[in-house]
Design a protein around this ligand. Sequence first.
Ligand code: G6Q
Length: 541
Amino acid sequence: MTSRLRQRPAWRKLEEHFEAIKDVHLRELFADDPHRATKFSAEAEGIYLDFSKNRVTDETMALLMQLARESGLEERRDAMFNGAHINVSEDRAVLHVALRMPADTSLMVDGVDVVAQVHGVLARMRDFCVNVRSGQWKGATGKPIKNVVNVGIGGSDLGPVMAYEALRHYSQRDLTLRFVSNVDSTDFAEAVRDLVPDETLFIISSKTFTTLETLTNARSARDWVTTTLGEHAVARHFVAVSTNDQLVAEFGIDTSNMFGFWDWVGGRYSMDSAIGLSTMLAVGPEHFDELLAGFHAMDEHFRTAPLEKNVPALMGLLGLWNRDFFGFASVGVMPYEQYLKRLPAYLQQLTMESNGKHVTLEGEVVDYDTGALYWGEPGTNGQHSFYQLIHQGTAIVPVDLIGFARSLNPIGPHHDILSSNVFAQAEALAFGKTEAQVRAEGTPEHVVAHRVMEGNRPTNVLLCEVLTPRLLGSLIALYEHLVFTQGTIWDIDSFDQWGVELGKVLAVRIIPELEASEEPVLDHDSSTNELIRRYRAWKQR
Ligand code: G6Q
């Protein structure tokens, strides 16, 4: 049966339109319209989006807008903002937008004012952070805290790590921040190697407080602290961020040192909830407030701007055009800002965990492509490695190039050199180099073909003034709503993660088989059985 999406009139028209323009080159599109750059650009909250180097025309954009409207994007967006249970497979509201609503607003969900709840927790976080940052909060031996270690994984790690790196310029430099996520003991060992327990505070960040990796690391952290300082030290050296009071208390953390959040915050949408405690400790409550204000400003843009000027909606629709019609399977995200070095890893989870889905909201298998693969590295480093494939490979990779007009560490010519690459890459990817141009450079005939660059590779350029907490909030909210836009049109649940849940249970069965002192009876497939036997043999050598 043909899906709802494929039956939409706009989708059908897009299919016909695609046949007509699929071979048109960006060179022609630019030559035909001197106003293309201004026409195909938009701006919101200090982020200027130039999408003119996508393979689109006026008609493409009009049809994409029609598709968004036929798919009920505006209605579903309003439903999210109103607290409807749009996460259907888990029957939950999706309200990360409530995490950044101002204190003087309110939002009633299932009979509770969630904005009041959010600000209650924020107030406790602020007090706690002020105490720790000022040295008033003392460890078990009376010394102030100098090191903070966030223990968490996935959504309870990637946001905090990314935000800490992104906002390092604004951080209190005498506080050392570390992040432990992997259950590989090396991650924990290296994180605490040069730290001392009596000056170290652990934040155990886990929405469920059941995640094996986090609890394993948390137990090792507790052993590391209590071996030198005794059991009573746990209260001064551990706090928790979780939705699960009971398990936090069972672990031995006083729930007065717990910062809560709610089931309507998805893990990958939680960096601005209490999961951001490490961020607030690093940059202080005022900067954290600016971050929240930036998120909220982009939320308001997404909620109120017409789709034609709505930056997250535009980016979502362009991504869908590239994914479903051209069949481009991946998107590169290249921030030309060293502080954003973990942004690609963060966006990888946000986009791929949200939109890597194979069934519609009704549970029908989709007959179109959903989420693209997201990946990237900061520029210019990537240019000296994988950009070769982006320029001349057979796979076309649409790229988001993120640039800034000002550096937070201006030194000599560095920043203009860096930024020139943003513009040069977008230009080269779009226009390439023809055979005639290569020959005109006096290139020997036998290498002409090697030096030709086809061009016609799509890019978005996101240009901003300077990286601030507010700008970071707006940038992340932009990608959150891009994901929402695509998920809505693809008719999928962008807010569950059953594939991740599967991984959480599969390994549990094998752990005792690896640990057993007697040879266990194995009844996996022959490959898994053999791998387990080989592992056990080497382990015991
Ligand atoms: C995010 C995912 C996943 C989750 C981690 C950690 O959306 O659900 O990445 O954040 O598995 O879960 P806990 O916070 O419950 O430990």
